[in-house]
Design a protein around this ligand. Structure first.
Ligand code: NAD
Length: 436
């Protein structure tokens, strides 16, 4: 039966679809570039005029966004950028990819609300809006929907509305936008179906769900699962140290089980802007809506938050065991980003660890192939050149983020002491290496 969404469905399948992506960060620009490269006509909207000016200039200024995909999209002439929301009136599909940070220990949906208001005042009948920002269950229905309906249109009747979380893993060379399955949940079956059709052009596998809330919660489960399991091995690492057991050996052994176990690894804590933050969305919403604490999340957050301090103490102990007084100690840290092979410093537990070492009077320097300088947590440091002399001069070389580019054999050969927080070096050769 024909309805007012027929044109949308037809455009989604015949490649004529016009898309607006609101928020041109890592998530939004990656999607906009992929959609344009795939033949869709795309406008990327962002309130950051410097970012938009650079993108209009053909410069990919968003770290992590695939240069090849960006160039292909720009060269196709199908990708434009702007700070104004006017193009929403022409778009068949509007995808919202704005930040959802934590402010004052609670979810901050200011950007979603502001984008919702802008889109709502320009939305036309027969179109579709999709939210991709990570958020708690109920956001699409209870927060975004009323803003989109403020102009008089109704979701389901006049426009379609869905949630589809971005799952992209920065730095992952195996899984990108196309081969990472998508989950999609709409406010009604027609929305789920149309959103599934949209993503099917860009992603190999799309997995439709019964509601927006289920899709919102699926994303929080994925990241909470990771955060809780990291807390488990972090606590295990502390217990193992007390008992003289090598935690890395234990994890390697457990990993030989071909079913029912998935390895996670300890370290100075969790970082990035997803894994430490998203569980707070879950815990906050569950406390608000059910009155129940999400105890496991809170406990895991406490354990992970303890890790920079714990790693600092272990480094200090290792220096003390070699008779190096703290006030004279010089530590060279390798890797300061939140995870290997990316340049992202957000919520980096490695930086937190360096700050704690400094507070204890240790002189710190750092090397990271992706970071020129550190200017946060009271640290003001320029990257040190990773020469043999620099390695040999440090009282301890501390491996915090093991980027693939590091030659750890060279580190092992020249360092006086290595504190390896990430199991980057083989064994505990000649007593030089102390492992977390
Ligand atoms: N980066 C990731 O790896 C990742 C992965 C999965 C999910 N997410 C989620 O996706 C969302 C976006 O993340 P990101 O990493 O792209 O964020 P980001 O901070 O890199 O970029 C967000 C962009 O949105 C713009 N913006 C802010 N408010 C706006 C508004 N009202 N209108 C238009 N533009 C606005 C900002 O200027 C910025 O350019 C977040 O909810 C995040 O949690 C991120």
């Amino acid at each position: 039966m024909a309805d007012r969404f027929d044109v949308l469905r037809r455009r989604l399948t015949d490649g004529q679809v016009r898309v607006c992506v609101v928020g041109q960060g890592y998530v939004g620009l990656s999607l906009a570039a992929a959609a344009a490269a795939d033949g869709m006509t795309v406008t990327g909207i962002d309130i950051d005029r410097h970012r938009v000016a650079a993108l209009q200039d053909g410069r990919n200024v968003v770290p992590g966004v695939d240069d090849g995909m960006f160039a292909m999209a720009v060269d196709s002439g199908r990708l434009a950028f702007g700070t104004e929301f006017d193009s929403v009136t022409e778009a068949d599909v509007v995808v919202i990819c704005v930040p959802t940070p934590i402010t004052d220990h609670r979810p901050d949906l200011t950007a979603v609300e502001s984008a919702g208001r802008e889109v709502g005042s320009r939305l036309r009948r027969g179109r579709m809006v999709i939210l991709e920002s990570t958020t708690y269950p109920g956001t699409t229905e209870q927060v975004l929907r009323p803003l989109l309906e403020s102009g008089g249109l109704r979701a389901g009747r006049d426009f379609l509305l869905a949630f589809s979380p971005e799952r992209i893993d920065p730095g992952n060379t195996k899984y990108g936008l196309r081969n990472t399955p998508r989950v999609v949940g709409g406010t009604d079956p027609a929305s789920t179906e149309a959103a599934t059709l949209f993503y099917s052009q860009l992603v190999d596998d799309v997995y439709p769900l019964s509601s927006c809330r289920a899709a919102e919660l699926a994303k929080l489960l994925e990241n909470t699962f990771r955060m809780v399991n990291i807390a488990l091995v972090n606590e295990l690492a502390m217990q193992c140290h007390e008992q003289g057991i090598d935690v890395w050996e234990v994890i390697r052994a457990a990993s030989t089980k071909p079913f029912g176990f998935m390895p996670f690894y300890p370290g100075p804590g969790v970082g990035g802007h997803c894994i430490p933050l998203d569980p707070t969305y879950l815990a906050w919403q569950s406390r608000r809506d059910t009155g129940r604490r999400f105890r496991l999340v809170e406990l895991a957050q406490d354990i992970n938050a303890e890790m920079p301090d714990y790693v600092t103490r272990r480094i200090v102990d290792a220096l003390g065991a070699r008779g190096v007084p703290l006030r004279d100690a010089h530590v060279l840290a390798l890797g300061v980003t939140y995870k290997p092979n990316v340049g992202d410093l957000r919520e980096s537990a490695a930086v937190n660890t360096l700050a704690q070492l400094t507070r204890r009077g240790v002189r710190v320097s750092f090397h990271d192939p992706y970071v020129d300088r550190l200017d946060s947590h009271g640290l003001r440091l320029r990257r040190t050149r990773l020469t043999t002399k620099a390695i040999a001069a440090a009282d301890a070389v501390v491996v915090l983020t093991p980027h693939d580019r590091y030659d750890f054999d060279r580190v092992l050969k020249h360092a006086r002491l290595v504190f390896d927080a990430r199991d980057a070096l083989d064994g505990t050769a000649n007593g030089t290496v102390v492992k977390l």
